[in-house]
Design a protein around this ligand. Structure first.
Ligand SMILES: Cc1ncc(COP(=O)(O)O)c(C=O)c1O
Length: 455
């Protein structure tokens, strides 16, 4: 059997409608190798990696520096337990990560991926409040349509019923507050224009007022505010108005609650700064990292925690954090992450991202020529294009239309692998993407749109 038949006989894919995968007209792409921003399938077809391999890849595939770091580590040891044991790569990575978010002192707790990094943040927060004699702080507040992963705790603070509808009985209650997404916000009274929704916001900051109200009413029961800073990824690259993050952070701080920032998608340069929170000078109490942490090579999660929180875990044995995973602090993952961070310096990656982001901004304007484009949102190397049935009323396409999926399928024929969310087309190229490759990505996506929805 070839690998497609074997796959169809034995494998189940995440976030993949089953019948679509088995549709005889659908030809699954089986990736065989990759270099830089190009993926090659088993038949030798080349595709540009327009979603950075589900938002993980940073400096490109098969990068010699990361490859070598993993090989060197592999020749020493691949993995050892992190329970009561340590190792050099974990220590050095801890030093580097905490320095990146400093100058305040932080500490790192390793896990396996984004969801587990969030899960650890939630539990560390609750146990911390028990240990500082504020056991009444049990509640989490988080944004409508947020997405933090698929484990039960991460789902509970997610408010993404489309993902979690079947699992409500498992989830703990958390307080949902208004999503600060200007394009679909009923409080934004500005007339739609063909411009960034952030720029034409006209409102009284009702999103912040609703957050403030929750904290006024239940402030001393709230353990933490949990946010994807600046950009809500799975919600469809919903971008928050400038200043929201800093103001929301202050509301949480003033109430004595923690701020947990989920930088799983935005971390490591995506928005043009190392972390999205850097744009507004916000320092969280706990920060969840994963995806790009290893440059897109290996699964590794990290939760950064303020030292004061960690200090509440010192003392008698009951203060132990009884939480972890077999592969916490995996040595290969830590070695890859160290090489990933080194490349930010040696390849001047942030400058590269900003140059490419400026190019993406100008290229993306072509989408305004299409009547079904309602909003174009961009932050660094994240581009979201929201498609609407009707531009004036902003009427969305019905969910079952799977419009972004169909446009992306068409773009595949022009050599682009992209993956949208709902009605939002997404482009999120690796930082290795050349000027010419970015031109091709945008062209392929636009052609896909024009074919799927002839103007
Ligand atoms: C903001 C955010 N947090 C958490 C997660 C979950 O990460 P993982 O898929 O590695 O568990 C994701 C995944 O897309 C994400 O975008």
């Amino acid at each position: 059997m070839n690998s497609v038949d074997l796959d169809r006989a034995h494998v189940w894919h995440p976030f993949t409608p089953t019948d679509a995968w088995f549709d005889p007209h659908f030809k699954p792409v089986m990736i065989a190798s990759a270099r830089g921003s190009v993926l090659l399938d088993e038949e030798g077809n080349a595709y540009l990696d327009g979603n950075s391999s589900i938002w993980t890849n940073m400096h490109g595939h098969n990068h010699p520096v990361i490859n070598q770091a993993i090989k060197d580590q592999l020749d020493r040891v691949a993995h050892t337990s992190y329970l009561g044991l340590g190792h050099g790569p974990g220590s050095r990575l801890g030093e580097k990560l905490t320095a990146l978010v400093g100058p305040d002192k932080y500490r790192v707790f390793y896990s396996d991926d984004g969801a587990t990094a969030i899960e650890a943040a939630l539990k560390i927060t609750l146990q911390h409040f028990d240990q500082i004699n504020q056991p009444q702080r049990r509640l989490f507040v988080s944004l409508g349509n947020g997405y933090h992963g698929d484990t039960v705790g991460a789902m509970s603070v997610g408010h993404s019923s489309f993902h979690t509808g079947h699992f409500n009985s498992l989830m703990f209650p958390s307080i949902e507050v208004m999503q600060p997404g200007c394009y679909r916000c009923l409080c934004n009274r500005a007339t739609p224009e063909r411009a960034d929704a952030r720029a034409y916001r006209q409102c009284e900051w009702q999103c912040l007022a609703s957050l403030e109200k929750v904290f006024q009413e239940r402030g001393n029961e709230i353990a933490a505010l949990v946010l994807e800073p600046r950009v809500q990824g799975a919600a469809g690259m919903v971008m928050h108005p400038e200043g929201y993050l800093a103001k929301a952070a202050k509301i949480a701080k003033d109430a004595g609650a923690m701020l947990i920032l989920d930088e799983v998608m935005t971390g490591f340069g995506r928005t043009g700064e190392m972390f999205a929170a850097d744009h507004e000078g916000v320092k969280a109490d706990l920060i969840a990292l994963a995806k790009g942490l290893t440059g897109g090579y290996l699964p590794l999660g990290a939760t950064l925690i303020r030292e004061e929180i960690f200090q509440s875990y010192r003392g008698p044995i009951e203060r132990t954090f009884y939480h972890g995973h077999s592969y916490c602090g995996n040595q290969l993952g830590c070695a890859a992450a160290l090489a990933n961070l080194e490349l930010f310096d040696t390849e001047h990656t942030l400058d590269k991202i900003r140059d490419r982001a400026a190019q993406l901004k100008s290229l993306s304007q072509i989408f305004w020529q299409h009547p079904h484009v309602g909003d174009i949102r961009q932050d660094g190397l994240i581009l979201g294009i929201e498609l609407v049935e009707d531009f004036t009323t902003r009427k969305p396409f019905p969910f079952e239309r799977r419009i972004a999926y169909h446009v992306s399928e068409r773009a595949k024929r022009y050599g682009l692998l992209a993956r949208g969310a709902g009605n939002v087309l997404i482009l999120m190229p690796p930082y290795s993407t050349t000027k010419e490759q970015l031109d091709k990505m945008v062209e392929a996506l636009y052609r896909g749109l024009c074919e799927e929805l002839p103007a």
